[in-house]
Design a binder for this molecule. Structure first.
Ligand code: 2M8
Length: 418
C-alpha cells in the first residue's frame, strides 16, 4: 500500500515535469504556478532533492526586479491561448525575458527551500543552493513587507482573489461585489473546457477577476499608483509569510549570516496577525471598510502553522467543532460547513484540499498534537490514492473534484508518506 502510493505519486510528478519545472495539471494549468511549485518541491525532494531545487530555482528565474514572484511563469512551449488569462492578457515580461502574470501568491517558498535543503544537505551545499536562493527570497519578502502593507498595520494585503490561492472563497464575496465585472463577451474562459462548470468559479466571478487584473495591469502593476478596488489582509497569506521568515532565519544561520532580522520580522507579523482573530478563527480584514469579514474559511485555520501562536488552542477547538468537524469529515473543508455559502463541490467554497491539509498537519505536529496529525495524515494518504490525486474532494463523501493527477496532491502525499 505504502510503496504503491509512492510509486503512483512519482508517476504523477514525473508525468507533470517539463524539464525544469512541474505543471500543476497538463490540462487545467499548463504553466508554472508559484505556490504550487513550492508545494511540489516539498514532495519532489523525496524523489530527487536536486530536481526539487531546480523547480524552485526555475520559479525564482521569473522574479521581477521589484522582488515579487509572479503567480504564473508562462511556458513558451505551450499554446498562448491554452490557459486564460494567458501571457497576452498580462503583458508582463521580466528583464530575463520570461513572460509572467503580474500578481502574486502565498509565500511558501522559503519554507520549501529550507525543506529541500534538509532532504540532502551535503548535495545542497555542493550546489551552493541556499547561498543562491537566499538573496532572492529576502527580496521577495521585502517586496511583500514594503510594497504590500497597504493597511499600514504590518500585514501584507492581497489585491486580487487569485493572490490568496483560494480564488472564490466566500471571504471575498462582499469585496468582489463592489467590482464592476468585465463583460462576458470580452474574454474566453478555458478552465471549463477541462473541469465541470459546477466545480469551478462562476462566470460572474471571472468577470470580476478579469476586471481587477486589467486595472492592475493598466497601472503598470504599480502598487503605489493602482486604485485597488479589492484589498484584504488574508490570514493564510500572512501566516505563510511568518513560517517562511522562520525558515529564512534557519537558512541565514546555515549560511553563517544573522538570523535575528528574520526572527524579528516573524515576531512583528505574528503580533499583527492577532488583530485578525475573532470568533475562534482568523478572519480577513477588508481594507475598504477596515472591518473583519465574518466568514470562517480554511485560511483562518492555517495560522496553526505559526510557531508559538497564542490563539492555537482556541483555533483547534474551532477546527474540531461543528464548523469544520475535524476527524468526522474528509480532511479539512475549505469553508465553514454551517456557513450560508457552503457548497461541497465548488472549488474553495467547501471542498477539502490537500495543500491546506498538509499545512494544518504541519501545524498539528508543531503543536505536539500527534493524535490529530495522525488522523489527518491517514485521510490525506487514503484520499490521494483513491481519488487519482484529485485537485480537491467533497468533504462529506470524499468524491474527487476538479483535475486528476494534480501535482501538489501527489507531492504532499509523498511527503506525508515518508
Ligand atoms: C487555482 O487558481 C488558478 C488561478 O491562479 C485558476 O483557477 O486558474 C487555485 O487553486 C490556486 O491556488 C492554484 O495555485 C492554481 C494552480 O493549481 O489553481
Amino acid at each position: 500500500m505504502t510503496a504503491s502510493i509512492r510509486q503512483q505519486a512519482a508517476r504523477v510528478l514525473l508525468g507533470n515535469w517539463t524539464g525544469h519545472s512541474t505543471v500543476p495539471s497538463h490540462s487545467l494549468y499548463p504553466h508554472q504556478w508559484s505556490w504550487d511549485s513550492a508545494f511540489i518541491a516539498i514532495g519532489l525532494r523525496h524523489l530527487s532533492p536536486r530536481r526539487a531545487q531546480v523547480e524552485l530555482e526555475s520559479l525564482l528565474g521569473s522574479q521581477w526586479a521589484d522582488g515579487r514572484i509572479p503567480h504564473i511563469s508562462f511556458s513558451p512551449a505551450v499554446a498562448r491561448d491554452a490557459y486564460f488569462p494567458g501571457p497576452d492578457f498580462w503583458q508582463a515580461v521580466t528583464q530575463g525575458g520570461v513572460e509572467t502574470s503580474g500578481i502574486i501568491q502565498p509565500p511558501v517558498h522559503a519554507l520549501a527551500a529550507w525543506l529541500t535543503h534538509l532532504a540532502d544537505s551535503d548535495e545542497s551545499v555542493r550546489r551552493n543552493f541556499l547561498a543562491r536562493v537566499y538573496p532572492k527570497l529576502v527580496a521577495w519578502h521585502a517586496y511583500l513587507r514594503d510594497r504590500r502593507d497597504l493597511g499600514g498595520r504590518g500585514l501584507v494585503a492581497i489585491v486580487h482573489p487569485w493572490e490568496s490561492g483560494m480564488d472564490n472563497s466566500p471571504a471575498w464575496d462582499a469585496a468582489l461585489a463592489r467590482v464592476e465585472p468585465a463583460p462576458l463577451e470580452s474574454f474566453t474562459r478555458r478552465d471549463t473546457d477541462h473541469a465541470s462548470d459546477s466545480d469551478r468559479p462562476t462566470d460572474l466571478d471571472y468577470g470580476r477577476y478579469v476586471q481587477l487584473a486589467a486595472t492592475y495591469r493598466d497601472h503598470g502593476y504599480d502598487d503605489g499608483r493602482t486604485p485597488f478596488a479589492f484589498a484584504l489582509e488574508d490570514p493564510c497569506f500572512n501566516a505563510l509569510l511568518i513560517a517562511s521568515e522562520h525558515a529564512l532565519a534557519e537558512i541565514a544561520s546555515a549560511l553563517s549570516l544573522d538570523p535575528v532580522p528574520h526572527l524579528k520580522a516573524a515576531a512583528a507579523l505574528t503580533s499583527s496577525l492577532s488583530t485578525l482573530f475573532a470568533d475562534g478563527i482568523f478572519e480577513a480584514r477588508d481594507l475598504e471598510s477596515e472591518r473583519l469579514v465574518a466568514a470562517g474559511t480554511i485560511s483562518g485555520l492555517v495560522p496553526l502553522i505559526v510557531p508559538g501562536l497564542v490563539e492555537a488552542e482556541e483555533l483547534l477547538a474551532t477546527a474540531c467543532g461543528p464548523r469544520f468537524r475535524f476527524g468526522e469529515v474528509r480532511m479539512v473543508p475549505s469553508y465553514d460547513l454551517t456557513g450560508p455559502a457552503f457548497e461541497p463541490g465548488r472549488y474553495w467554497r467547501g471542498p477539502s484540499w490537500f495543500n491546506t491539509a498538509w499545512l494544518i498537519h504541519r501545524g498539528l505536529v508543531g503543536l505536539g498534537r500527534t493524535d490529530l496529525a495522525a488522523t489527518l495524515r491517514t485521510d490525506v494518504l487514503e484520499l490521494a490514492a483513491t481519488t487519482g490525486f484529485a485537485e480537491y474532494v467533497d468533504p462529506h463523501t470524499g468524491e474527487p473534484r476538479g483535475a486528476r493527477d494534480f501535482s501538489w496532491t501527489a507531492a504532499l502525499a509523498l511527503d506525508l508518506e515518508q
